[in-house]
Design a binder for this molecule. Sequence first.
Ligand SMILES: Cc1ncc(COP(=O)(O)O)c(C=O)c1O
Length: 467
Amino acid sequence: MSAPKFIGLDTQYQTADGKLHKRVHLDGAASPLASAKALQTIQQLLPHYSSSHTNVHSAAHICTQALAWAHSTVLSCLGADPQTYTSIFTGSGTTAGINRVARGLAAARPERKVVLVSGMEHHANDLPHRQFGNQVEYIPLVGEDVHQGPIDVEECRALLERFSGQVNYLAFSAVSNVTGILNPITELTRLAHQHGAYVLVDGAQAVPHLRSQLSRDDATCEVDFFCFSGHKLYTPTSPGVLIAKQEVLENLSGQDLGGGSVEAVSFYDYQLLSHYPDKEQSGTPNIVGAVALAAVFQEFVDYGFDLIEQHDKELMQEMVDAMSTLPHIIIYGCTKSPRIGALAFNHELIDHGLLAAVLNDYYGIAVRNECFCAHPYVSSMMKQTLWQLDLSTVPESEQQAYINLKRGMVRASLSLYNTSADVEALIAALSDINGRIDSLRRHYDALPDGSYQHRDFAMDWRDYLSV
Ligand SMILES: Cc1ncc(COP(=O)(O)O)c(C=O)c1O
């Protein structure tokens, strides 16, 4: 089976020195390039586009059946037994699925007020749990400051014992979107279940890189809820996915209600459908996006997640090794912990905003900077740096802007289409920047939000898109 193909690898952008650069996309943790399979599936389906939930005419039959196929394909790609789990396509990405679970579990078990959330979460897997009257307790990570590793299982055990009988559920990511560090899902799940707590795993950064196996021989290691985003699996315009254990979902209220999920409705009563996933899937779903997502996922499974994981891990190791040799570079997260996908770093002498801007404006390399929607985690890894900031010479009215310049990191993230050449381009650019940063700095203004703006180079998106 040939490797999946992607759209946009040959796209060129003009840089500040007037050159044309082929795009180097090291921002796949936010949104990777689109897969060719996604486009092909969308193009195949669009001439038949219609509504779902009926087989009454030919086009509707195709859409309805294709959508049902998408539901079951996503389950099988995740190694989730359809007798145990169901798949729900959500309106937005991972965020929607997590909010659905948080709302439902709070209503289902109001006597259990405590939710354990790891200290490395994206806001999408933190803020929803702070709502609905929950008491959120944060599970510490192994290690300190810059060197923090995965979730500390013993600390989690201690919290479960301290709040014995009160913990509703544990929420944590399989892989961090900041450091790419992997968490011990099996151990944490078994532990949570021993204490009667459910487990919600944010799989947004894991699904594109690792083989998933939700159903296990030992059911105590099976997570109860698993969420991910279709767009992070190379399928822009696709929905988010919530995988849920049917027996747990059964007791959850708080779903969206409307057409499509009901058996019978009278003025003062209604009855939901009895079968999954339809009873959880109100409204007209994103049929085209869901089918494209399932087609891409199936293509990845057929190609082999072992190959994907090997590629993504080896490339990450190359990047960590090469970056470790560069002067002034700080790598965040324990460098001995297994990691995949994302790598956050800083340059001791260059603000994150300036470095990210220069990489784009002069080298055509797309990275991300700031706090990656994981402010508490990023701040905890930068605690010492931020404490050491000398604000004594900065006027009070400018102090927040100054902190914004310093509080943040640069993140390079790797996807299946990235190659050693991309890593080499990043390393070469970082080395080159070391030698010319003072002259580059003169072209930029620092803005109060922590970003940097080039004085005489700006791109016009309309040069690239005629809408
Ligand atoms: C780990 C993690 N969780 C959740 C999200 C939110 O995903 P979405 O914006 O697709 O809902 C992201 C997005 O970056 C993420 O990396």
